[in-house]
Design a protein around this ligand. Sequence first.
Ligand SMILES: [Cu+2]
Length: 185
Amino acid sequence: MVAFTPLAIAATTLLGLTSAVPAHQVRSTGITHRITAGSTTANNGLHFEPENVVAEPGDLIEFSFLPKNHSVVQSSFDEPCAPLSSSSGTTTGIFSGFNFNTTAGEAPNVFTFMVKDRNPIWYYCSQTVGNHCQMGMSGVVNQNFGSGDKTLDMYKQNAKGTVTKQPSSDPHAFQGGWIEKNMNL
Ligand SMILES: [Cu+2]
């Protein structure tokens, strides 16, 4: 058994390192899902298109933004229109900040994040002028289609009675992703 000790230590060290590896080291698949925040047609523009996306770990989710100064903020299913946060109140989820205002057409920059696993990513728009989240501006990546009640429709129903919370006191702050030039313009 003594001979196993160094191995056990090595394995523990490796496991420790593995769990400390940042999530962005999920291997890229090269696939990008483009979602438009805003719409020229649906729900008076308060809409993500497409709003229900299935993605693999390593896929990129890229948001481009139409007028009305939208944002993307990750939430839990149970608390629509509120940022995903730890028990101490620190915002732990993805958010884009209000960095994409445009008066016509798509904003010059996009917000992109990488999907790390197959867990659902619920998100909403935190624009309070017009109460975008309460009006149904929300979406999901990898909805658990096996759980009948946690649907995007139900999220939108639950959002109606809420008050939108911002993920940061700085409207331009963002985390969990990056801002880059909109290459589709
Ligand atoms: Cu919005």
